[in-house]
Design a protein around this ligand. Structure first.
Ligand SMILES: [Zn+2]
Length: 458
């Protein structure tokens, strides 16, 4: 049986005739020789496939029956990625689960050299592929992971220079990096009713981002804004690329004892975990890269910076303070697991230059808390509490060169009878700049709300 890639188009058309949507399609030539149900060419079986589309990359994960060897290469005109698996076959049902997405247009398969398997991904454009294998975990078995980076530069890491502490003279907004834990292959913890941590924490993160966006002088950056996995260190890198002033990682873990409940706020530890539970949680969260899938060469030279952070006392102190403020607010909305900020070696908190905290919003393993985590009302409460804590920290400690630093000394609490034009007159500023600074969409004022007063002439 001669294999030729020229057959690609024929097979593509055929698949369209047989079924709409996404199917593994066997080569025309193989149909004649093999049972129609599957390609059972070798010992190894490809049993399933999933696709996760991130903003600039697409991940395709193949479930395989055992440890897998593979070889891959790309082809142009049209763009394709070819994956060869020696001594392997594929279950024909596999492709049905695959949803269209990212850069992948279609998936085909066929036997090669009678005993090997060739998988072909038809692509929308050129990619830089990266592949690695994952060992079985609680949720999945052996997997072959293919990451397709869409732009030429996306596959490489961004240059890792530590930003100079001084910022340009122009006043800037504070950048709040919001990191929804887990995602994609890594669902995080799971509640008894089947609630996935990755989903509820993304919902809370999105609510928080909305609040930050409305906040005068602040801007959110979502580290993950969809159902895909990002490596722990890449999360830090993304925050640093955006010059974040604060990194907030949001989680909702599980514990073997379902009675355990309450939220906790963590910062990085320089000397080990503050409790057995803190150590246990950190070990679980740090295992995310194994579950979610990070290729080995992504785990490289941030280590130097991680070591550097041990000397970053200022960052550490800021982390402690802002975490304190957030914990105070969490106490107002529900139970806390520990009354003080906890310390543990979470990888995602190892930024040398960005104050960082990790919030375990609740225990998803506790049935009452699982229910709360799913409710929009409670998600909003959690987001509000985090926002209040962040606001309270930054108005007391505004970084130099930020809009907040300039306006924090000039604030006006709205009283009954105040109008925007009165306030503008009183402080000698224009109504336009008052509106812009406070992101007001109309001139209605709420009694008790605080307005930031911009600089004169601003
Ligand atoms: Zn988590």
């Amino acid at each position: 049986m001669r294999y030729s890639l020229k057959h690609g188009n024929r097979v593509g058309e055929l698949s369209g005739l047989i079924r709409l949507g996404w199917l593994f399609v066997m080569w025309v030539t193989s149909l004649a020789l093999l049972p129609a149900s599957a390609v059972h060419a070798g010992n190894l079986q490809v049993q399933g496939v999933r696709l996760w589309a991130a903003p600039d990359s697409t991940r395709v994960v193949f479930d395989v029956s055992g440890p897998v060897e593979h070889r891959l290469f790309t082809l142009k005109n049209p763009d394709r990625l070819v994956i060869d698996l020696p001594n392997a076959g594929v279950d024909s049902k596999v492709g049905q689960a695959l949803k269209r997405g990212g850069v992948v247009k279609n998936l085909r398969s066929g036997p090669r050299n009678k005993k090997d398997l060739r998988l072909v991904l038809d692509l929308k454009g050129p990619v830089k592929p990266k592949s690695f294998v994952l060992k079985p975990n609680q949720q999945y078995g052996h997997r072959l992971v293919i990451d397709l980076f869409e732009s030429a530069s996306a596959g490489k890491s961004a240059p890792r220079k530590i930003q100079a502490a001084s910022k340009p003279a122009k006043l800037r907004e504070l950048v709040i990096a919001i990191d929804a834990g887990h995602g994609g292959e890594d669902s995080g913890a799971r509640g008894k009713r089947g609630t996935h941590e990755k989903e509820v924490v993304l919902a809370i993160a999105r609510r928080l981002a909305k609040l930050v966006k409305k906040e005068p002088g602040m801007r959110p950056v979502m580290i993950r804004d969809g159902d895909y996995y990002i490596g722990l260190r890449q999360r830090i890198e993304k925050a640093r690329k955006h010059r974040a002033d604060l990194f907030i990682s949001i989680h909702a873990d599980a514990f073997r004892d379902r009675r355990v409940q309450g939220s906790s706020v963590f910062v990085i530890s320089r000397r080990g975990a503050s409790s057995e539970m803190a150590r246990w949680l950190a070990a679980r969260e740090n295992a995310a890269d194994l579950v979610g899938g990070v290729s080995l060469d992504d785990k490289d030279d941030l280590l130097a910076e991680v070591l550097l952070d041990l000397a970053q006392t200022a960052t550490q102190e800021a982390s402690n303070e802002v975490a304190d403020k957030v914990l105070d607010e969490m106490k107002r909305i529900g139970k806390v697991h520990k009354k003080r900020v906890q310390h543990a070696g979470f990888v995602v908190l190892k930024s040398p230059d960005i104050p960082s905290m990790l919030i375990e919003t609740a225990y998803i393993s506790n049935p009452t808390e699982e229910k709360k985590l799913k409710s929009a009302k409670h998600q909003q409460k959690v987001a509000n509490a985090i926002m209040k804590g962040v606001r309270s920290y930054f108005s007391a400690n505004p970084p130099a060169g930020t809009l907040i630093a300039q306006t924090s000394s000039r604030r006006h609490v709205i009283r009954r009878g105040d109008t925007l034009s009165h306030i503008a007159q009183r402080y000698g500023v224009s109504m336009r700049s008052l509106r812009a600074t406070n992101k007001l969409t109309n001139d209605q004022l709420l009694v008790g709300k605080v307005l930031a007063i911009p600089s004169k002439g601003g």
